[in-house]
Design a protein around this ligand. Sequence first.
Ligand SMILES: CSC[C@@H](O)[C@@H](O)C(=O)COP(=O)(O)O
Length: 357
Amino acid sequence: MKINHQHYRSIWRDAQSVRIIDQTRLPFAFAVERLHTHEQMCHAIRSMQVRGAPLIGAAAAYGMVLGCQQQADEQTLQNVAAQLLATRPTAVNLAWALQRMLQQLLALPLEQRAQVAWALALAIADEDVAQNQAIGQHGLALIQPLATAHPQRAVNILTHCNAGWLATVDGGTALAPIYAAHDAGLSVHVWVDETRPRNQGASLTAWELAQHGVPHTVISDNAGGHLMQHGQVDMVIVGADRVTRNGDVCNKIGTYLKALAAHDQHIPFYTAVPTPTIDWQLAEGAGIAIEMRDADEVAYMQGQDDQGQLQRLRVIPHESPALNPAFDVTPARLVSGLITERGIVTPQQLPTLEASL
Ligand SMILES: CSC[C@@H](O)[C@@H](O)C(=O)COP(=O)(O)O
């Protein structure tokens, strides 16, 4: 991803520390933070300075590296992994990356661990970038026929939350096919759900689409169904935090409602999902731990006033409680297909995909 003509990943090594883009400051400030300890990485994941399933996985891997720099014995590494695992419960990539790092590090002699850990984390990051590139190409094959069918207008794609390059190491999942289509010269336009309460759509997806020059429009979370009814959505592509063996898709709260509306209107609903986001151990979505976040995220909104000052404003009565489940589960029956780095599969074809891994 290029920002002001400079290429960035959303996480990278800098000497013996790790750099991240602080996503809580976007879209109004582009700020890079430097992390030296695994405690700082825990804070970055919990506070959502870094967020999005694949990026959380890579961040956890780099968190293990930072822990390893201080002490690399088994008990310390298990302890660091447990702290990182406790930061956010829903995205399976976190547990996946920690398990992989632990397994590979503990197989090494103690004195080699701190050194090799950097290469192991980089491998996870590089794999994510490659997977997203492949997802982009497979997803492009879905957009191409829609562009051919409607040569006089843009293909309208609705997305929810941020599953773009900011949610990954680079390239994005749900946005990867959109970037691929735009770069291939196809006319695409993106309906960007604002994604209350944390506004990842309005703040992050809109920002990165604008950086890349992709035409888009931010809509309120409630507008999607209306646009679908009026022929203004050709397809929906979302990301996922966890997909279960049967193809149930856990993603940002509100995804399920978009899937229901898309199903009612016979609009294809795809989820773009790298295979590390598939939880082969879990039979169905009902078993997924849904993160409950602070009610203040619902009670308050943050934004910039006309003088350029950041403001945090309460939007509900002081007497009213609020509830903030961060994710929901879209049943497999509403999912047209999963765009993976191995190709596009229906939920029913997941066992074949698992066998091929
Ligand atoms: C490629 S990211 C896919 C999902 O992780 C994304 O859609 C999402 O729900 C992110 O939630 P967040 O709470 O911002 O981490």
